[in-house]
Design a protein around this ligand. Structure first.
Ligand SMILES: [Ca+2]
Ligand SMILES: [Ca+2]
Length: 241
């Protein structure tokens, strides 16, 4: 949980920041080995994900009017896949897009941006996945051009909805998503990581319906407007045994 603690003194206000992820320094996350292959069914089985540390998303833009709903992400890896899961509290679950490479970021959606070569920030990969398990994937150039004809191969993706989709007026509980990304997709940039290797990434969530939207994320891009594409502010993924 990130909290800003303000201490007022005679001449100045000192802001003590307890969460490096939201200000200044970018965070670091140890990606641990999965004990066994994850069954990608959208349900975050405690046994499967027990080894993984938690990433709690922050809310960098206070002026956004969407509800601040909690998201917890986890990552694991094995010889075949990078696994990512997202657990989203959500009182109103909505999504419209149904086709590959639709703009899923306009729905209730979660994302991961992956840079296998942190010595450069010109290119990285993006996966944006809505609550209907629709994938918008692309190769990002200069954090501005998103080449969506790039298709990840062999991705397994599933969601689990605790509530009703696209029915307002009732109260939903939330949804979760699991994705398994084969390492071969990154082979033109980097080979499969070995323990100690560092990649960078950001994890994001779009929530709510216009005009009440909210973008929450792992590491704060320090942008004035809600905008997640800032590879120089991605956090570090350290692959460990
Ligand atoms: Ca929602
Ligand atoms: Ca694509």
């Amino acid at each position: 949980m990130c909290k800003n603690i303000s201490v007022t003194r005679r001449l100045s206000t000192i802001v003590l920041v307890s969460c490096a992820a939201l200000h200044g320094q970018t965070p670091r996350y140890e990606v641990k080995r999965a004990a066994k292959p994850i069954v990608v069914d959208g349900k975050i089985d405690a046994g499967e994900w027990a080894a993984a540390g938690k990433v709690e998303f922050g809310f960098p833009w206070d002026f956004q009017t969407g509800a601040k709903q909690k998201t917890t992400a986890r990552l694991l890896w094995d010889d075949e896949f990078l696994y990512v899961s997202y657990d989203c509290d959500d009182t109103d679950i909505t999504a419209q897009f149904t086709q590959r490479d639709d703009p899923t970021y306009r729905d209730d959606a979660v994302e991961i941006f992956i840079n296998p070569v942190p010595s450069q920030i010109a290119v990285y990969y993006g996966l944006e996945m809505n609550v209907r398990a629709v994938l918008y994937d692309y190769f990002a150039v200069n954090a501005r051009h998103f080449l969506k004809r790039f298709q990840f191969d062999g991705v397994q993706l599933a969601t689990d909805i605790r509530g009703t989709l696209n029915m307002n007026g009732d109260k939903d509980n939330g949804w979760s998503l699991e994705v398994a990304i084969p390492w071969r997709n990154f082979e033109e940039r980097a080979s499969r990581p070995t323990p100690g290797v560092v990649w960078t990434a950001n994890l994001n969530r779009w929530d709510g319906t216009e005009p009440n939207r909210r973008l929450s994320m792992w590491t704060n891009p320090q942008e004035p407007k809600p905008w997640p594409h800032k590879p120089e502010r991605f956090g570090e993924l350290v692959f460990v045994k």
